[in-house]
Design a protein around this ligand. Sequence first.
Ligand SMILES: [Fe+2]
Ligand SMILES: [Fe+2]
Length: 291
Amino acid sequence: MISDLIDRDDRFRGILDRLSSKSIDDYYNPYRLFEWPDALPADMWWMSPELTTTHGTDIAAGLGEEQLHALSRHESMNFYSLNVHGIRELLIEVVRRIHTTGFETPSEFFHHFIGEENEHMWFFAEFCLRYGGRIYRQPGGGVASPSEQSPAVESLLVFTRILIFEELVDHYNAKMAADERLHETIRAINRIHHQDESRHIAFGRELVELLFEEVRKTSTEQELQGISDYLRRYLTYSFESLYNPQSYKDAGIANPLEVRRALLESPARAEAEAQVFRKTRRYLEKTGLVR
Ligand SMILES: [Fe+2]
Ligand SMILES: [Fe+2]
């Protein structure tokens, strides 16, 4: 058993060393890297149409090209705004834990993580403010977490939420980086973020697995079921944050709240959610976090 532990720890350290070296090699100055034209053309896609929340629905079918472009522009603003808010929240949690008991091993990597996320938050906010004049507010609500959490469970849920968030946005980043219909500035932001996030996701998957092994030893069946139920709800909640009535309203669509409700209930949403979280779900089920 002890040799198992040492092996696992060695493996984790090896991965952390490799990822930290890669962070150093890939280091860039975000404040110089991007070109920021004064304006981006309105008559083009700002988000791949297949990735917009209205794709393939009756709502999109009733719109002309100009309005579809406007919708993709406002949905993209919502997407980058979500990134800003998600990053702020994950930074708070990682900063809370760096160099504290239990996080000695990943603390070196946390420095890269924190530095990179601060830069991501800057370029996403810059994009929203420059081309949209605002950052969309975060949706209210959230998901109630299982009650009476031990610090170990709390940390497990924090890093699993971070992983889910990073995998969600990465799906969009990877697709938009490769989409030739999009402006080069948009593609570059998505490309750079995807590059950094591949390290964060590799790290997150290792860390979550280790944290879960500890939690599993000390939790009851009921507590484990509570974690699984919570994560299921969290996956859906994260996906639904892409559907912002404000972006529909800004794109000139009538009855934005009803539109949101109809979109959330449509089979297209369930399909898109399953598609976007395909790998994430497989991981969560394989580790046993989601049953
Ligand atoms: Fe990021
Ligand atoms: Fe990240």
